[in-house]
Design a protein around this ligand. Structure first.
Ligand code: FAD
Ligand code: NA7
Length: 457
């Protein structure tokens, strides 16, 4: 019998989870399908593969990554740890709870470094179009080799979409914004806050990007940082120099009027207004059309496209859990593909979706949302052989993190958490986050002399 052929589109953490899931089955002696993974960047890691570029990349493609140079994990690493490749295994010693971007890239990369997974990835190759054929129930995937500018098409039995959903910015407009003389950028194009030294900076938005780019600007010496919320203030006990105001009403040159009647002057604006789901390589009947939330519609168990169950999505949800959730999804999808897990009938899938959508609509607090996502992951792991881990303990880590941030958004990254996978307590990082200006892996793993650290305090 001819081997099944599977296309994975995207080699970020979700695509890599899929590669790892098949690799682990193969290592255990299973016959696995032929896999081709298409990745439009030159390396894997998705958002974690930092690029200084903004706008259009060297191949004329929209730049994918929204990460900035100084990003440190915005949640404890103990909440994202892989259940079958721990931080202890990777680093050989305890490391702190909030590693910088490069350190987390190293961890993701490390899990597959010694495997043959890279041979399955066609880098600098963008998926251009996916066509489903009713008669054969197969897909034609058309891709472009960005280096040679040649397009080609191949046939697949199943397609796994792992292209992420934080790459296409949502950019609102405001009355008079065209008269603003300073810089206006979306968080997607933000690469570093050094340029905000001595500036009055406005963040529009009240979620992760507004909070973190706001504190980055504070760290790099902004004169003032104002966050503007549409629905709900973040509500931290902000340090002096940072404040929250309701939504912008209009711009008038460098003056900004807020809906509560307050007026402030600014030098720079960062739109931290989120991202849109966008799949330009998919026809509309296969593409998610949803706001960013923890249960986007149209997906059975959050991964199987209800209208065409040979198409899967990984990582399409808004994310409390990340890497280990992508693993749970990838293992389940793999098991469906390998016929180890049974796909229910369309009617039963629809009923399952309805149950979870109702639960999702009933959520009213952050804590409920974290528990919802933990239950979602538990349901996936119950249906595959991914190692179960103490999801309730991870929920508690998330809730402690939320409390820590509320208490002091400048010091929460200095806190330590215990791994639920190994029981290891994280190390205390040698330098407090607010003082550390070198975000490199080398610096992170170094053990500077005490007097060198004291000099920085
Ligand atoms: P992505 O990481 O977005 O990877 C998708 C991949 O698909 C990319 O490599 C891209 O090049 C490729 N691709 C896209 N289109 C095509 C195409 N047409 N053809 C071929 N390839 C394509 N999570 C955390 O756990 N901790 C954090 O601190 C954290 N910080 C974040 C900060 C920012 C600014 C952002 C945007 C996200 C952050 N996240 C964080 C969440 C992040 O989304 C996940 O950690 C993770 O990167 C998602 O993995 P993914 O593979 O689903 O998507
Ligand atoms: P999010 O978490 O999707 O949040 C988007 C924010 O943008 C949210 O506060 C929205 O407010 C706000 N928003 C959206 N549209 C508008 C308009 N028109 N006006 C004002 N405010 C608006 O995106 P983030 O970039 O913060 O985080 C995405 C990922 O990047 C995340 O996984 C992190 O790890 C990093 P709302 O509450 O809807 O009123």
């Amino acid at each position: 019998m001819q081997k099944q052929r599977i296309a994975i589109i995207g080699a970020g953490p979700s695509g890599l989870a899929a590669l790892r899931a098949f690799e682990s089955a193969e290592r255990a002696g299973a016959e696995v399908p032929e896999i081709v993974c298409y990745e439009k960047q030159d390396d894997w890691g998705g958002q974690w593969n930092y690029s200084w570029r903004t706008g259009i990349d060297q191949y004329g493609e929209p730049v994918h990554s929204s990460m900035y140079r100084n990003l440190w994990s915005n949640a404890p690493k103990e909440a994202l740890e892989f259940a079958e490749y721990t931080f202890d295994e990777h680093f050989g010693r305890p490391v702190s709870s909030y590693p910088p971007r490069e350190v987390l890239w190293d961890y993701i990369d490390g899990r597959l470094r010694s495997s043959k997974a890279k041979d399955k990835v066609k880098f600098a190759t963008a998926a251009r179009w996916v066509q489903h054929h009713e008669d054969t129930d197969t897909f034609t995937v058309t891709v472009e080799d960005l280096k040679t500018r040649t397009t080609s098409s191949s046939e697949f039995d199943r397609v796994i979409v792992a292209t992420g959903h934080f790459a296409y910015p949502n950019v609102p407009t405001f009355e008079g914004i065209e008269t603003f003389p300073g810089s206006i950028e979306h968080a997607h194009d933000f690469r570093g806050a050094e340029k905000f030294a001595d500036q009055r900076v406005l963040m529009i938005g009240s979620s992760y990007s507004a909070e973190d780019i706001g504190v980055q600007a504070y760290k790099m010496g902004a004169r003032s940082v104002t966050l503007s919320y549409r629905t709900k203030a973040i509500g931290h006990d902000w340090p002096q120099g940072m404040e929250e105001l309701p939504l912008v009403e209009r711009f008038e040159g460098n003056k900004v009027h807020f809906v509560n009647g307050q007026v402030r002057e600014f030098d720079a604006v960062v739109m931290c207004t989120g991202y849109i789901h966008n799949y330009p390589f998919l026809p509309s009947d296969l593409a998610i059309d949803s706001p960013n939330n923890v249960y986007p519609s149209g997906l059975y168990r959050g991964v199987v496209w209800q209208e065409n169950p040979n198409l899967y999505y990984l990582g399409a949800q808004d994310q409390w859990f990340t890497f280990n959730m992508f693993d749970a999804q990838a293992w389940y999808v793999r098991d469906l593909i390998l016929d180890r897990a049974e796909l229910p009938s369309a009617g039963d899938r629809a009923a399952h979706i309805q149950t979870w959508v109702k639960r999702f609509h009933d959520l009213s607090t952050e804590a409920e949302e974290v528990r919802f996502q933990a239950d979602y992951i538990r349901d996936l792991i119950d249906n595959s052989d991914y190692p179960m881990f103490d999801l309730d303990a991870v929920v508690e880590i998330f809730l402690a993190w939320v409390r820590d941030k509320k208490e002091n958004v400048l010091t929460y990254r200095d806190k330590q958490h215990r791994s639920v996978m190994t029981g290891t307590m994280s190390a205390r990082h040698h330098t407090p986050w607010i003082r550390e200006l070198d975000d490199s892996l080398q610096r992170y793993l170094s053990q500077p002399e005490k007097d060198e650290i004291e000099k920085m305090m």
